[in-house]
Design a protein around this ligand. Sequence first.
Ligand SMILES: Nc1ncnc2c1ncn2[C@@H]1O[C@H](COP(=O)(O)OP(=O)(O)OP(=O)(O)O)[C@@H](O)[C@H]1O
Length: 271
Amino acid sequence: MRSGTPALRLSGASLAYGDRRLWSGLDLDVAPGEFIAVLGANGAGKSSLLKVVLGQQPLERGTVEVAGRPVQRGNRRIGYVPQQKGLDPATPLRARDFVRLGLDGHRWGPLLPSRRTRASVDRVLEAVGATAYADSPVGRLSGGEQQRLRVAQSIVGDPDLLLADEPLLSLDLNHAAAVSALFHESRLRTGAAVVFVTHDVNPVLPYADRVLYLAGGRFRVGPPDAVMNSATLSELYGSPVEVLRSGGRVLVAGGAAPSEHPHAHDHEEAS
Ligand SMILES: Nc1ncnc2c1ncn2[C@@H]1O[C@H](COP(=O)(O)OP(=O)(O)OP(=O)(O)O)[C@@H](O)[C@H]1O
């Protein structure tokens, strides 16, 4: 990557499905090594933003570039944790083989892993606390155990850009903290940029350089304190939102935008 080139750049970007526009006018540069938390109500278009970056969803308007180049499907320099779906119980893969797909899943045919491949897989299995079930069939693992393997698969290839779609779902508090820290360590070690979609900002609050908050077709982006406050979110939602800080945690109460279903806004940080 040329120095000074953003890991991700969206310029004047709008996204619509048919005549339903999710967001528009999005300008965002994510620097190498930067950690961005993406927040917002259900249906605000967070997952769709990641699909745009993956080249799976075209923009209605504007441009998107990864490392200075137009997006393309199957970019191996991007690590991706998709939104959680249970794996088929009959999936004929052991946990370690599933993680290895993050290194050689693009190649055809069975491969004997090299010593280096094995070491990389072992390292990330250990980092997500999955060593104990490394040889178990993935389909038989719990939702949280599978989620930790998805995280391991996304980072094993040391990508330049990590996209994570609610990677903390199904994780208990300890593993949520460990996985958040792992993305942070990963960006420190490799200089990867991290775009992290989450309903709860708290586990990533120590690491997020900026927050991108999507609501009602609009957005705010800035350092966590500049976005996660009552004035900014009330203005964004166009209705009163209270942001409370307690014991180092951020709690958001209220905030259903007029266009949103009344109970669509189920932030975990809401109390
Ligand atoms: N391919 C598609 N065609 C039409 N509508 C879609 C498509 N994909 C998503 N949508 C709709 O766009 C809206 C935004 O979806 P998206 O999954 O991006 O939201 P989100 O912010 O990630 O929500 P959540 O927090 O619930 O995961 C939703 O109402 C969804 O139904």
